[in-house]
Design a protein around this ligand. Structure first.
Ligand code: GN1
Ligand code: MG
Length: 376
């Protein structure tokens, strides 16, 4: 009951906020939408015959403290992508990149009287996203989508974009946060997770490969997406790539992080927070298809060291995600939204099971990637 009342209140607030944007038509309804862990998302329906669906988001400004920088980044990236796609015509362009809807006073976000930040995008019609993949075709399309995304941004100077969340994929930073959480142990959870911590610390050195390659200037900094979960690509009914979404973390980064984070969801036969660890096994044909789709776009611009960093990233990203979930669990769940008290612990165990499966299949994955590189 309590949560129903709260969600009605949230929905009412969302309608009030949406009224500040240049929407076509009158707002008919606002309903909670999507499965993000950070922002609140609503689908807004209007009575306009044209663009009658919009995506309204309340930006979590405790996490994204520079909302101005964040929205500016998204605008720069969307404009760049739109230029690249201009030859397809307006009708197609609007389906292939996100489009920010401005406020009545021409801003790309709105700050309400409670200090909450809101933004609106056009909702791309006849598309859907998948938390868990169903077919190899979808994996190939997803690979192409992220490869294309990196390719289209490869001539945009990373200096034009601000680093909205510094050190986002820096494993040293994430390990330091974990160590700080262990030391302060604010809610007494450390004693219950000792096994998981041991498993993580045993792998600490091995997971530094990409960090060190980067520090030795062997990996170019490019503009990368940094949240390449498979549910961040929209596919149409025929499984063709339509659009890469969730551009909050678009920042300078290494391409391998995007590859590894995508594989984290693609290769997993179960959900990110599956409780039954026996269900977390690898779907290797999906890895093969995603890699083929990705390389069909990315091979032309990747350097040799970038190619060598792809497999290390496949191990690193689920590991780093486990480190982040466990840090949040130890800290008393202050970062990610949770649906029940042990959610972050369940998420950690699920990611570590994935790390384990990836380790025992390392040779197979390495072989598939090399075959792909040769045949592509
Ligand atoms: C968060 O909110 P969402 O689902 O887009 C997180 C990602 C994690 C992801 C795990 C800003 O993304 O880094 O990989 O959860 N985003 C941020 O599902 O921390
Ligand atoms: Mg995200």
């Amino acid at each position: 009951m309590k949560s129903e009342v709260m969600s009605t209140k949230k929905t009412e607030n969302s309608i009030k906020s949406a009224e500040n944007f240049k929407l076509e038509g009158e707002i008919i309804e606002s309903i909670p939408f999507g499965s993000g862990h950070i922002n609140d998302t609503f689908k807004i329906t209007t009575n306009s015959p044209n663009n009658n669906f919009y995506l309204l988001q309340r930006i979590n400004h405790h996490i994204f403290q520079d909302v101005d920088g964040l929205m500016n980044n998204i605008e720069i990236v969307c404009n760049h992508l739109k230029e690249k796609l201009a030859h397809l015509g307006d009708h197609e362009v609007i389906k292939r990149t996100m489009t920010i809807v401005q406020t009545h006073d021409h801003k790309n976000y709105y700050k309400d009287q409670n200090g909450e930040y809101w933004r609106v995008f056009i909702l791309i019609p006849n598309t859907r996203s998948y938390d868990i993949l169903e077919t190899q075709e979808q994996a190939y399309s997803g690979g192409m989508a992220f490869g294309q995304f990196q390719k289209q941004l490869s001539d945009l100077d990373p200096k034009t974009i601000v680093e909205v969340l510094p050190n986002f994929h820096n494993i040293e930073f994430r390990m330091n946060n974990l160590k700080e959480a262990i030391n302060s142990n604010p809610v007494g959870r450390v004693e219950h997770v000792q096994d998981l911590l041991n498993y993580i610390f045993e792998r600490e050195q091995k997971m530094r490969t990409i960090l060190e390659l980067g520090r030795a200037n062997k990996l170019p900094l490019r503009i990368t997406h940094n949240d390449t979960k498979f549910n961040n690509v929209l596919l149409d009914e025929e499984n063709n790539v339509q659009c890469v979404i969730d551009l909050d973390t678009v920042m300078p980064g290494y391409v391998a992080y995007d590859f590894g984070d995508a594989i984290r969801t693609i290769i997993n036969s179960a959900a990110e927070d599956e409780k039954d660890l026996s269900k977390i096994i690898l779907n290797i044909p999906l890895f093969q298809s995603f890699a083929a789709g990705y390389l069909s776009e990315a091979k032309e611009f990747l350097t040799e060291s970038e190619i060598d960093s792809l497999i290390p990233a496949v191990h690193l990203l689920p590991y780093m995600q486990a480190v982040r979930f466990l840090t949040d669990y130890i800290n008393g769940d202050t970062y990610y939204k949770i649906a029940y008290p042990e959610h972050n612990l369940v998420r950690t165990k699920a990611q570590l099971k994935l790390v384990h499966e990836l380790e025992i299949n390392n040779d197979k994955l390495t072989e598939i990637l090399s075959e792909n590189l040769m045949s592509n």
